[in-house]
Design a protein. Sequence first.
Length: 95
Amino acid sequence: MESQVPYTLVGTQRIVQENEELIQNYLAKLREELQKEPIDNIPTSEFINDDKFLLAFLRAEKYNLQKVMKLVFRYWEFRSNELGITTRRSFFFNK
């Protein structure tokens, strides 16, 4: 799947050529993967419905879904274990 992501090479960097169709397609794929493998302490509906938040993970890993999933798991593991934050709201209201 990831080989189908259009990109250009600038020097040695691979730059993804984003368009709305690509973004929506990969957001849907990521949501599907996240629903298959739920992560402990994730407020699923709050997390999965935030396009901008999920897009940050996709861009960070250049739309490689396997890497994105690992990054999401690490993010939520750190967030819940180290910070004790399980929802966005709890971040602001933690004492």
